[in-house]
Design a binder for this molecule. Structure first.
Ligand code: SF4
Length: 382
C-alpha cells in the first residue's frame, strides 16, 4: 500500500511513542540539521527533528519576543508538553534564534537532558575539522554516560551505513525530479523529507525503497513550469501546493531541511569521528556557515542549472536574520546570470490569495513568449 508521508508527519508524536514502546531507547530532539545524528543513533537513541507547527500562541512572546515564527512555535510546542516523549534536547551551533528556543526550553524543563554542540561557523579553516572532531568526542562521551551504552566503532559504522543509505535513497528520489515530466511533485517531496527527519532511519530506508519502486512505476507527471525554492526553511508544503495549483512545480530546493539535509555522504575512515566531522563541515551550508568566498550562491546556481529551472522563489520567514542578510548575494548572482526570481516574505501562514496572485504573476512572466524573462537558460548560452 502506498505510504502517505503527510500522515506520517502529522502522526509523528504517535510514531515516536510507539518506537519507544517497542523497546527502543531514549529520544533526543534536535533543532539544527547540522546535528550529527549518527552518534546519537549509535548509542541506541532516536534523534527527531523538532518541526514547527502553525499555531498562534500566548507563550513564546514572553521568552523570545520578535523571533521568527518557526522558533517561537518550536518553543511553544515543547513548553506545552506536546513532545513529552522527548528525553533530551540538543542544539548545534547555528541560527541564534534556534539557540534561544533551546535555552528557553531547557531553562523551563530542567529535567531534560541537554547538550550544546559547537560547530565552527568558519567551516573551512585549517583547524575546523579538528575542533569539530573534539566536540564530537565530547558529545559521544556524554551520550555514553546518558544512555549507559558504549559507542563502539562497530556501532558507529552501522549508524554511518544506515544514514548514508538514507541519503542515497533521498537523492535517488530527488534525481527523478530532473525529468521533463517528473513523477513526483514538489509538495510530495517535501513531505518525504519532513517524514524522514522524524523517523528511525533503518525503518525509513525500507519505506523509501518501496516508495522508489512505486515512483518508478508511475506514469510521467505534468510538463509544467519548473521552479526552485530557496531561503528560510519551511515546515509544510503550502507554498509548493500553491505553485502546483497555479500550473507550476517545485523541482528542486536549497532549504536547510530540504536537499541540504542529505546532499553529501560520510566517507568512512578509520577515525570515525573525523569522517563525521568532515561530512558536516562539507555539506551545502546555510548562510551562517557559508565561507568568506560565498559557496552558497554557486551551489544554488548549479542546482538551478542541473534541474533546468525556469525561475526561483526566494522565500524568507519574517525576522529570519540569516537569510535576510544573505539574500543580497543570491540576488546578485541571479541578476548577473539573467535568472528570474521572485522574493516573498512569509509568516506563520502563507496568505493564500495574496501569495497565489504573486506566484501566478511571476509564472506569467516566465511563460514562453510572454515577457523578456522567458528562457533565461537559452539566453545564457548566447
Ligand atoms: S527561519 Fe531563519 S531565523 Fe528562523 S530558525 Fe530558521 S534560519 Fe533561524
Amino acid at each position: 500500500m502506498a505510504i502517505n508521508f503527510k500522515k506520517m508527519v502529522v502522526g509523528r508524536h504517535a510514531y515516536a511513542k510507539a518506537w519507544k514502546e517497542r523497546g527502543g531507547g531514549k529520544i533526543l530532539g534536535y533543532f539544527e540539521t547540522y546535528f550529527p545524528e549518527e552518534i546519537a543513533y549509535a548509542a541506541g537513541v532516536l534523534p527527531v527533528r523538532i518541526l514547527a507547527e502553525h499555531e498562534p500562541d500566548l507563550i513564546s512572546d514572553k521568552w523570545i519576543y520578535g523571533a521568527c515564527y518557526p522558533v517561537k512555535d518550536m518553543a511553544n510546542q515543547l513548553l506545552l508538553g506536546r513532545m513529552d516523549y522527548i528525553n533530551g534536547l540538543v542544539n548545534t551551533e547555528g541560527c541564534q534564534w534556534m539557540f534561544n528556543a533551546y535555552e528557553v526550553v531547557t531553562n523551563n524543563r530542567p529535567g531534560l537532558f541537554n547538550h550544546y554542540l559547537f560547530l565552527p561557523d568558519y567551516t573551512n579553516s585549517a583547524t575546523s575539522k579538528d575542533v569539530l572532531r573534539s566536540e564530537l568526542d565530547v558529545f559521544k562521551t556524554k551520550m555514553e554516560d546518558w544512555t549507559g551504552n558504549s559507542i563502539t566503532d562497530e556501532a558507529l559504522d552501522n549508524a554511518i551505513e544506515i544514514y548514508n543509505k538514507n541519503r542515497v535513497l533521498l537523492r535517488r528520489i530527488c534525481e527523478l525530479r530532473r525529468a521533463q515530466k517528473p513523477v513526483i511533485t514538489g509538495s510530495e517531496y517535501m513531505h518525504v523529507l519532513l517524514a524522514d527527519q522524524i523517523a528511525d532511519k533503518a525503518e525509513m530506508n525500507v519505506i523509501l525503497e518501496n516508495y522508489i519502486t512505486e515512483l518508478e512505476n508511475r506514469e510521467p507527471g505534468r510538463d509544467t513550469l519548473r521552479l526552485m525554492l530557496i531561503g528560510s526553511e519551511t515546515w509544510d508544503s503550502g507554498l509548493e501546493e500553491l505553485i502546483e495549483s497555479s500550473g507550476g512545480n517545485v523541482v528542486i530546493d536549497e532549504l536547510d531541511n530540504g536537499t541540504s539535509y542529505f546532499w553529501n555522504n560520510i566517507y568512512p575512515q578509520k577515525d570515525r569521528l573525523m569522517a563525521i566531522s568532515l561530512r558536516y563541515l562539507d555539506r551545502p551550508h546555510n548562510p551562517v556557515k557559508d565561507s568568506n568566498w560565498r559557496r552558497r550562491p554557486e551551489h544554488i546556481f548549479r542546482l538551478a542549472e542541473d534541474y533546468h529551472v525556469d525561475g526561483a522563489i526566494i522565500q524568507k520567514q519574517i525576522y529570519c536574520h540569516l537569510h535576510g542578510t544573505d539574500n543580497y548575494a543570491v540576488w546578485r548572482l541571479f541578476r548577473e546570470r539573467n535568472m528570474p526570481f521572485h522574493y516573498l516574505e512569509r509568516d506563520m501562514f502563507v496568505p493564500k490569495e495574496e501569495t497565489a496572485l504573486r506566484i501566478e504573476a511571476f509564472m506569467n512572466m516566465l511563460r514562453e513568449g510572454a515577457t523578456r524573462l522567458a528562457g533565461w537558460h537559452k539566453k545564457a548560452l548566447i
